[in-house]
Ligand binder design. Sequence first.
Ligand SMILES: Nc1ncnc2c1ncn2[C@@H]1O[C@H](COP(=O)(O)OP(=O)(O)OP(=O)(O)O)[C@@H](O)[C@H]1O
Ligand SMILES: [Mg+2]
Length: 609
Amino acid sequence: MPIRVLPPNLVNRIAAGEVIERPASAVKELVENAIDAGARNIEVTLRDGGRGLIAVADDGLGMTPAELALAVERHATSKLPDDDLVNIATLGFRGEALPSIGAVGRLTITSRKSGAAEAWRISVDGGAKGAPEPAALSAGTRVELRDLFFATPARLKFLKAVRTELDHAADIINRLAMAYPEIAFALFDDARAVLRYAPGGDLLADAAAARLARLSQVMGRDFADNALPIDTLRESVRLSGYIGLPTLNRATSAQQYLFVNGRPVRDRLLQGAVRGAYQDFLARDRHPLVALFVDLPAEEVDVNVHPTKAEVRFRDPGLVRGLIVGASKHALAAAGHRASTTVSLAALGSFRPGERPLSAANSWRPQHGSGPRGFGEQTAALYAPYDLPSVDPRTTDMSGLHAPSAPPAADGAPVAAHPLGAARAQLHETYIIAQTADGLVIVDQHAAHERLVYERMKTALAQAGIARQVLLIPAVVELDEAAAQRIVSRRGELAELGLVIEAFGPGAVVVREVPALLGATDTTGLIRDLADELAEFGQALSLKERLEQICGTMACHGSVRAGRRLAPAEMDALLREMEATPHSGQCNHGRPTYVELKLADIERLFGRR
Ligand SMILES: Nc1ncnc2c1ncn2[C@@H]1O[C@H](COP(=O)(O)OP(=O)(O)OP(=O)(O)O)[C@@H](O)[C@H]1O
Ligand SMILES: [Mg+2]
């Protein structure tokens, strides 16, 4: 068969295959164009989940008829004025989106250049381009895409239910809305408003306040109430945003929003960093809520590595990962014993007869302050069965934990001084009831104690260094040459973590000592995983993470199990230690260690308010 250059229309369809996967991808491209055009108001309308119609209207700069004609040509863009692929300040830069969309649907763009007397329109119908003609539009640009994928029936078959496609589009708009709080966004399903985000308004003077307001519009009041601010700079990388308390968690990572230079991304490196930061506080199958913004000089990141720009490549991935893990852990530690307000809301909710959990599918809908969202899911997570691993508690040092470290509040003494109050009773040999200044606290003694023991072990680990254990028979691990080299080059760091290795020919290492805490571990698996992670992140974090995991398992067994009767002084000592210990608001699996009920809430339960 002869080699030939493909006709432009086919080229555009092939390009669309990569970029326009479903209606939401077209929404993303069109909304990004509106943002790049300086719009302050962006309105999206879908019909039939986007299959019938996708319309995006903006009040941005607009285009002249000549610009309209160019905009739908392949590789035509106004966004790379200096032929510079490094300093990209816009969301778009490839000049591919409009011709691709025009090749797989019926595209009409109507636009009025700012200051121009009239508007113009151009159409591209399955790749056939028309000529610009006069049209009516007061300002900005309105793009309409009908019959998406009519020209590529194979794609059409893969579309999901209308509802699913609408959800995907809403997610795209949510993510962009979080990155641009100064812009108003709306999404309509036919005539019904699905999302509506007002611009920051008065808040615009204060960018941080505007951002928090938008985040709480998108992620709900719960998040805003239970989020810890992050704002930190390392070298030239700035990390800002909010991370949720561990007790506010979800079954999926869908509520993790990550941005790089104003661009929403789903980057594995960043997601891995978030997991790393929380792995100490959450069970593997629970996920925190976060909205994190990484800003760094354009030359430090390549945004041209993924067809839909969803992933980026950092020049120094270790730095970015370290920044996220470090700053998040720091913020979580500073939150002390705080558990999220949703815990007590969930507890109160389960008291109220007839309270219906909101369905998780509804969770992206705007909430109008009518109560906590994701309610049912959270309650379910809180009361999930608690399985204890069946290992022996060996090395856990329990001494000192029960010594009353602070004078217990005698009956009748003022209790306001302590956030967790004074212990009043123990119920079912499992729960401690304490009276606080304005309510009561119920502590799960096992969960609380487990956390305290765990934090102790971590401190010991940090202070005394990690005890090593010499392998009687050194283990030789075969790797590929590059992997072996990576491992050997980090020898010093690994030794600090208790792992002593040496090079063993070009493609192998020999392991002489391992961290004692790991016990009889699969050395080969550990080294191979480490080599992979070093390749990806340039950091030996996973070993630390593994150690913490082991601490967690041991702590669980060294703890006061449910079922042990505690003396009043012991109970008060536990409360005081919780107050003084970071992360004591949740156990190692993200469940709360205590629930606080305010008097006002209790009065409401009894109809006194
Ligand atoms: N809503 C709009 N308002 C004003 N100009 C627009 C709008 N949409 C597109 N344009 C113009 O059309 C050009 C082509 O848009 P297109 O989306 O195809 O490419 P791009 O945004 O430059 O790059 P990318 O393919 O990465 O999105 C843009 O560079 C811009 O000049
Ligand atoms: Mg574009």
